[in-house]
Design a binder for this molecule. Structure first.
Ligand SMILES: O=C(O)CCC(=O)C(=O)O
Ligand SMILES: [Fe+2]
Length: 361
């Protein structure tokens, strides 16, 4: 192995205006050798969102429960504390899933994965004034950034600027999702300090806003060591999903990461991961064949090797449409939602009924 990372590289958005070749060479290194990076000084305004998050979590439990994800065939809504499992252990976090605007277009007979995208569930304007407008504005801004980023990835990997455009549909037919997450400080009755266990993200790119000053996020390097990714001012953490890794035939890396709960006695940690999706109908194994990387990029990949990893949520993106793969991932993470809205797929994946907890993811 030529090198291993001991810190996550920092890229500066403003370099794109002043020295784009330097930005692209730093991006190429981060994509091929790390799979994680900071992006500082992006134009996305984050302060309004950061102010809203604690107000949402401070709602009475019954108001949060009224937005339960179980109401939603789109897996959008509230997941109560400790309900999700990663690698067989309970995650010590509470979260709300929201998504960019999308009108569901499933009709009987169409592939079931089309049901999976649709409208978010919002708290009422009385309960959290201004919340919906702030979140929608934020999601639209990160969505714009995510498409810009897609072009830089192409350029950094020596492909034509629009080489990745075929993997997205028109705006009306796309949807990207985000979670607002609260990690309470460790308490005596916690099963562990697992905020979220070791995992890969699924889709294309993740843009993570660390919305409080806590450490806790860690990524795994090639040797299997956990490297801290502390929050930096005015920055996103950007990482590669399994979908993009598959699409690039392993040139880019989906790196394993986890979150450790804040220390006992401290305040709660908040974060907002934004997951950029791929068009639902694209079969990534087929699509990967269409990306014609120059020899030097493939040689850099081959010289790099493969990281050791603790993540177990390997996803078979090769043969099925990406929408189906994403739906299976959601079903495994939230089987109670699937039992209600996707009974046939649920029975295939869980023939013995609702599991006590999900161990695969
Ligand atoms: O909260 C974080 O910092 C990361 C969360 C994460 O990795 C995820 O939800 O996929
Ligand atoms: Fe993640």
């Amino acid at each position: 192995m030529p090198s291993d990372f001991t810190a996550v590289p920092i890229l500066d958005y403003t370099l794109i205006g002043t020295d784009k070749p330097l930005f692209l060479s730093q991006l190429r290194h981060a994509l091929i050798h790390v799979g994680f990076m900071y992006l500082q000084n992006s134009p996305v305004e984050t302060k309004s969102l950061v102010e809203q998050i604690p107000r949402l979590f401070a709602l009475p439990q019954e108001s949060k429960d009224a937005l339960t994800m179980r109401n939603s065939q789109h897996f959008l809504g509230y997941t109560s504390f400790g309900k999700e499992f990663t690698k067989g252990a309970r995650d010590m976090r509470e979260q709300f899933d929201f998504a960019t605007p999308h009108e569901n277009r499933w009709t009987p007979g169409a592939p079931e994965y089309l049901k999976h995208w649709g409208r978010s569930q919002w708290p009422s304007e009385d309960e959290v004034p201004g919340f919906r407008a702030v979140v929608e504005k934020y999601l639209a801004a990160v969505e714009r950034l995510s498409y810009e980023f897609t072009q830089w990835i192409s350029e950094a990997l020596l492909l034509p600027t629009d080489a990745l455009a075929p993997f997205f549909d028109t705006a009306q037919h796309m949807q990207h999702r985000a979670k607002l997450v609260k990690y309470p400080a460790l308490r005596e009755n916690f099963e562990s300090d697992q905020g979220v266990g070791p995992h890969y993200d699924g889709g294309f790119l993740t843009f993570l806003l660390q919305a409080s000053e806590h450490r806790g996020l860690q990524v795994q390097n090639f040797a299997g060591q956990w490297i801290d990714v502390p929050p930096l001012p005015n920055s996103f953490v950007v990482n590669i999903g399994k979908g993009l890794e598959t699409l690039t035939r392993g040139v880019t890396l989906a790196t394993c990461h986890r979150v450790v709960s804040p220390a006992a006695g401290s305040s709660a940690r908040y974060s907002v991961p934004f997951f950029q999706n791929i068009a639902q109908g694209v079969v990534l194994g087929d699509a990967a064949a269409t990306l014609d990387f120059p020899y030097e990029i493939l040689a850099e990949r081959d010289a790099r090797g493969t990281p050791k990893t603790d993540a177990v949520n390997h996803t078979d993106y090769d043969k099925a449409p990406s929408g189906h793969v994403a739906l299976i991932g959601r079903i495994k993470s939230h089987p109670d939602v699937a039992e209600k809205h996707y009974p046939t797929l649920f029975k295939t994946l869980f023939p013995d009924g609702l599991p006590a907890h999900v161990s695969a993811y």
